[in-house]
Design a protein around this ligand. Structure first.
Ligand code: GLY
Ligand code: MN
Ligand code: MN
Length: 371
């Protein structure tokens, strides 16, 4: 069932700009229409927060394909879009809309979809032909606008303030889960809409897992604790990692800390528009390898950050993509010593014409890491 309605309410400037960039990319790829299904992509393209919905962009129209749960949200957020409210499956309604508009071809982005969704849409839009589009949304989202950076900075501020409040409450005997819960509570009470990803709080040997899961391990009178955390603010993510200590700082961990910090600072220093992601990764990896810990740095240096906590570009040896002004990346080298502990230091860094601007500001001074 299709119900269509258009209004003349105006489109906000930021969204107008994004839509015109999408349309420029469509025209470059010779796409007469472009279907967006990934939730963060539909939000980016239009400002519509609803999920389980699709946006279809044409040169002169924007269609939203959604359902009754989002009637009011559409009225409030995108009254200017032509709406098609489904009663059945999303793919079926996408098919109805393609038919109604007489589309012969539509660009789709398989990388933002589940395989089942891709197959269902492909079938439902027949005889309209799906064209695998270039990564239009990922490419656009790589470059942050000043409006986006305002929200991202807020997300970082909340994460950091929440961590400072949490560190003041850390005591021997608490569990990793309790400390992670405290940190998440402190972010929510400061205005976070949620967490950017499952908070990592890992003590001693558990910190040797880059993606450790907090458990019931208790902080000892003398131990290290690694926190990897981020807030979500209006969908925008922050992502930081710091380590701290109760009692004393073991000399081996202190040595590793200095190497990781040197690698991180050197990589940040090397960030400039035009530098390739793999070359920045190589700066940090070179320092860590020279110190004899190359095998213990078992992940990429960082990743793009925005509406998703992991998005393009990938700041790793796998990507020869050049950095561009306006990209926001994490820089997070680490060294992991199984059974002993691990050190990772992670900041959120903006690529500017003059080089890197580190937007996160929590202390990395090892002396201040002793609680
Ligand atoms: N929190 C996951 C990461 O740092 O990539
Ligand atoms: Mn992280
Ligand atoms: Mn990260």
């Amino acid at each position: 069932m299709t119900k269509s309605r258009s209004t003349r309410k105006t489109i906000p400037d930021e969204i107008k700009e994004r839509l015109s960039r999408i349309r420029r990319a469509m025209s470059k790829a010779s796409l007469p229409a472009f279907l967006i299904t990934n939730h963060m992509d539909t939000f980016y393209a239009t400002g519509f927060t609803g999920e389980d919905s699709a946006i279809l962009v044409q040169p002169r129209a924007v269609h939203v394909i959604s359902d009754g749960r989002f009637d009011e949200t559409i009225n409030e957020e995108i009254p200017w879009a032509t709406r098609h409210m489904r009663k059945g499956l999303l793919a079926a309604e996408v098919g109805n809309v393609c038919k109604k508009l007489g589309l012969k071809e539509v660009g789709i982005q398989p990388s933002g979809m589940m395989l089942s969704e891709y197959q269902a849409i492909k079938k439902a839009i027949r005889p309209c032909k799906p064209i695998d589009a270039p990564p239009i949304m990922a490419n656009l989202r790589e470059i942050k606008s000043s409006a986006e950076l305002t929200v991202l900075r807020k997300s970082m501020r909340i994460a950091q303030d929440a961590m400072k409040a949490t560190l003041a409450t850390i005591r021997p005997g608490q569990t990793e889960i309790e400390a992670a819960a405290r940190l998440e509570f402190e972010m929510r009470r400061r205005g976070a809409s949620g967490i950017a990803f499952g908070t990592i709080c890992a003590t001693d040997g558990n910190a040797a897992h880059p993606h450790a899961i907090p458990g019931k391990r208790r902080f000892k009178k003398s131990c290290m604790i690694l926190f990897d955390w981020g807030a979500r603010c209006g969908f925008y993510c922050s992502d930081l990692t710091r380590v701290c200590f109760i009692g004393k700082i073991p000399p081996r961990i202190a040595e590793v800390y200095r190497i990781v910090l040197e690698a991180q600072l050197a990589a940040i220093d090397a960030i400039k528009p035009g530098q390739r992601c793999c070359d920045i990764d190589a700066v940090a990896r070179g320092i860590i390898s020279k110190a004899g810990f190359g095998e213990q740095f078992n992940h990429g240096l960082g990743h793009g950050l925005g509406l998703d906590v992991h998005e393009a570009p990938s700041l790793s040896w796998r990507s020869d993509k050049p950095l561009k002004e306006g990209m926001l990346v994490t820089v997070e080298p680490g060294i992991y010593l199984p059974g002993v502990g691990g050190v990772r230091i992670e900041d959120d860094v903006l690529v500017t014409a003059r080089g890197a601007k580190v937007l996160t500001s929590m202390s990395k001074d090892l002396n201040e890491a002793l609680l």
